[in-house]
Design a binder for this molecule. Sequence first.
Ligand code: GDD
Ligand code: MG
Length: 361
Amino acid sequence: MKALILVGGFGTRLRPLTLSVPKPLVDFANKPMILHQIEALKPVGVTEVILAINYRPEVMLNFFKEFEEKLGVKITCSQEMETMGTAGPLALARDMLVDGSGEPFFVLNSDVVSEYRFAELIAFHNSHGGEATIMVTKVDEPSKYGVVVMEEETGRVERFVEKPKIFVGNKINAGIYLLNPSVLDRIELKPTSIEKEIFPKIASDQRLYAMVLPGFWMDIGQPRDYITGLRLYLDSLRKNSPSKLSKGTHVLGNVLVHESAIIGDGCLIGPDVAVGPGCVIEPGVRLSRCSIMKGVKIKKHACISNSIIGWHSTVGQWARIDNMTILGEDVHVGDEVYTNGGVVLPHKEIKSNILKPEIVM
Ligand code: GDD
Ligand code: MG
């Protein structure tokens, strides 16, 4: 089977991290978010993943040179010259997707994490005889997603409304689809939104079905949701593969520490923390609800919560980083500095306190 991952878009909501790498390569729980998806696609028989790209394709392709072999999945690229939206890229990649077998193919938004459940999606798709199946999940705040109204018993979608202004329902599009090749006949080769233009039509033809995704789900394309997604992901690791989580007196709740990271004496880490490869966490550091990316150094007695520390940054001793502070790549925070929120662009040095959330250029 084949899968197409929508990796376009500029990832503006995840700046400053996306100033260094395209959104799908931003680390989540110690590996690029897109790898979580590809690793889950492989066991259900996906042999080729097509990346629908409109932004810095060379970065993605260089990255995958290293991983293609390890993953055992062929990675190809379909590049847009202009942004084609969420459906246009399917028309563009038509010849790559269709191989005459008539098999359905997966389409994924690149910024969603969940337990995926691709095998169950295939089984459901094969059972209903419709043209397309989308995964849906329940959320409290549906207005920032695509909302689905469906017949509970059969899963048939009656309406699909992208980012509704008034309440339609609380089941939302999870950004994970299985589509028959015939869906491609509905998409013209031009910028098109699958959510606004294609799904509503398939639904009105009564050929669109939805499966409620069991387990957790999150779109991690915004900092706050990224941190929430990390909590949900670590929770699901606790249930499904607890041996991957850290243990010890310095650990509180669910914590993932890369084997190459060094943790000093007297640290207290957790809950809901990921510490990436090569990180050095000096003695007495306190970390909670945060993501510490590859190569970061946190000096003695620093305290970090509800924040993301980008690749190869350093945090000075006794510094306190809080309230959705996002440090880009290679940022250096001085000793005893306090940051209360704030987005710090790559390669900056922070010598004085950031007292309210702001962008530091
Ligand atoms: N190739 C390509 N070209 N990809 C694109 C383009 C484009 O022009 N525009 C967006 N994408 C990709 C993004 O990289 C992302 O993987 C996916 O399409 C969805 O775009 P987002 O910008 O993340 O959309 P959203 O989060 O506001 O809404 C979408 O996701 C929700 C679930 O997370 C919609 O699909 C909603 O219906 C859905 O509920
Ligand atoms: Mg998104």
